[in-house]
Ligand binder design. Structure first.
Ligand code: ZN
Length: 508
């Protein structure tokens, strides 16, 4: 007898539809599988048999053939265990007829329990968007089910699944609705950043210059490089930057949840998903940073999507690894090609880097002497060049905090105040007709939105020659000054905006 069950797999970060066809005929007992299953899928044969028998069902006699269509799609997931088991049971006449309209995913344990799978969220989204009347998922993925929306049922074992699919999806209404999760999310303070225990910029005293730079960088999504001696607070600043960005939109939250789902991170509490902050160590390899593998999985740049990617000690990173960031930084996504298939991952993030001023770390330090030779310094400077630096619009030199800064009773800007400035600047830009970030302005937009008055032109002409700037660094300064003007709610870029922007150029 023949049966066909709708299911899905996760390919990259996308859900893709799969039909599990089962046919049982005469021949030697056993399960044959076709349709590009990976080793992981082939192994499920053993699990499925034990799970069916241990759940108290009869295991059909005869030769079982399972075909996974479309045959061209490579399948590498244990999530096909449950649909295959159900297909065998139906095809073998062990459970009667299954009603149409069900989409099923889930891994099986030997005792018949249904286990959670990675990438469940994009699979559920696929099944819902492709007209499945009801979707069956593992109980472990219930929180994600609520995010995907639709008539979704979370089951603990095969029996529970079989009981459901004997009825039509319309007859069983889903216990998990998107509304419920949405309500829970909104009840949690609306757009405010969630989690008051987060470290706050208000705790950092005496780094107001750096905080100003962070506010500007976040407003225009300008790449920011912090140069300073060890212990001057670079890491403290970096860890707080995501909090300065506006609260995530529902779409951004869903995107983050999908990446988390695919990479096996818990989505138990969707409401707590915040803007990501990723700080990979400088020993990271190319695949770890930009993603990879024979069935590609996302890397740090995709985990940082819609958030902050912090590269500390940028000069210590392998040069080739850093170079691999160039394309995703430009295109805000990365595509891996494997066996004729393209896997595209989003990677739209705020880039933040930190470096010591010199190999020993104390060049220009007030208290300690730099022990580097001129040759050391030259070699080090060369590391701070190359295409990746093109994406760094702003550089700040950070100083250690003075004792007088610590004892003064003035309080500095808090994360909330900085975020309000960022939101106001973004709103102002929108009012002027700019919807993207200023770091992405192209030539045409630059001539429209960064046009300078006569005096401003004269000012920049002088700066250009006296700082011996390059056309590239000139363009960067102009983009940054546009953002500073936005923070000032000024449609024109004025001399004070330009002067501040010039402070943030990389001084060579
Ligand atoms: Zn030194």
């Amino acid at each position: 007898m023949y049966s066909r069950i709708s299911s899905a797999v996760c390919s990259g970060i996308e859900g893709r539809g799969v039909y599990v066809e089962t046919d049982i005929g005469r021949g030697l007992p056993g399960i044959g599988m076709v349709g590009l299953p990976s080793t992981m899928v082939m192994e499920s044969r053993e699990r499925i048999k034990s799970a069916i028998i241990n759940s108290g069902f009869d295991f059909p006699k005869g030769k079982i053939t399972i075909n996974l269509t479309p045959a061209s799609l490579r399948k590498n997931s244990s999530c096909l265990d449950l649909p295959m088991a159900v297909g065998i049971l139906e095809s073998g006449g062990c459970i009667g007829e299954i009603k149409d309209g069900w989409g099923i995913i889930g891994e099986l344990s030997l005792d018949g329990r249904v286990l959670g799978v990675d990438g469940a969220l994009p699979m559920m989204l696929y099944l819902r968007e492709n007209g499945m009347g009801g979707i069956i998922v593992p109980a472990d993925n219930a929180a994600e089910a609520a995010l995907a929306g639709g008539n979704i049922h979370a089951v603990k074992d095969i029996r529970e699944c079989v009981d459901l699919i004997r009825r039509a999806p319309e007859e069983v209404s889903g216990a998990l609705s998107r509304e419920r999760v949405k309500n829970a999310m909104e009840g949690d303070g609306g757009g405010e950043a969630i989690g008051t225990a987060e470290p706050d910029f208000g705790d950092i005293v005496g780094q107001e210059k750096a905080k100003r730079a962070v506010t500007i960088a976040a407003s225009g999504r300008h790449g920011l490089l912090m140069i300073g001696s060890p212990g001057c607070g670079k890491t403290m600043i970096a860890g707080r930057m995501a909090g300065v960005m506006p609260a995530m939109t529902e779409r951004e939250r869903l995107e983050a949840a999908i990446v988390r789902s695919v990479t096996g991170r818990s989505n138990r509490n969707i409401a707590e998903i915040k803007r990501p902050f990723r700080d990979p160590h400088h020993t990271i390899g190319r695949a770890g940073l930009i993603g990879g593998g024979s069935y590609p999985v996302p890397g740090e740049i995709t985990l940082a999507h819609n958030g902050v990617l912090f590269l500390d000690e940028i000069c210590e990173f392998n040069k080739e690894v850093i170079e691999s960031l160039r394309l995703p930084l430009e295109e805000k996504k990365i595509t891996h090609f494997r066996k004729g298939e393209a896997y595209t991952f989003p990677s739209d993030f705020q880039v933040l880097m930190a470096a010591n001023p010199c190999p020993c770390g104390f060049l220009g330090d007030r208290d300690r002497e730099c022990t580097c030779t001129q040759a050391d310094l030259d070699r080090y400077r060369r590391k701070l060049s190359g295409p990746i630096m093109d994406r760094i619009d702003m550089t700040i030199r950070m100083e250690k905090v003075e004792y007088s800064d610590l004892t003064g009773d003035r309080t500095g800007l808090t994360t909330k105040e900085m975020r309000e400035q960022v939101i106001a600047a973004l709103d102002f830009a929108k009012k002027c007709g700019r919807y993207g970030y200023n770091s992405d302005l192209d030539e045409k937009e630059m001539s429209e939105y960064c046009a300078l008055g006569k005096e401003e032109q004269a000012f920049m002409r002088k700066a250009y020659s006296s700082f011996s700037m390059s056309p590239r660094s000139y363009t960067r300064a102009l983009k940054v000054s546009r953002t500073i003007a936005d923070l000032d709610a000024s449609e024109e870029i004025k001399i004070n905006h330009l002067a501040e922007a010039l402070n943030y150029r990389l001084q060579e």
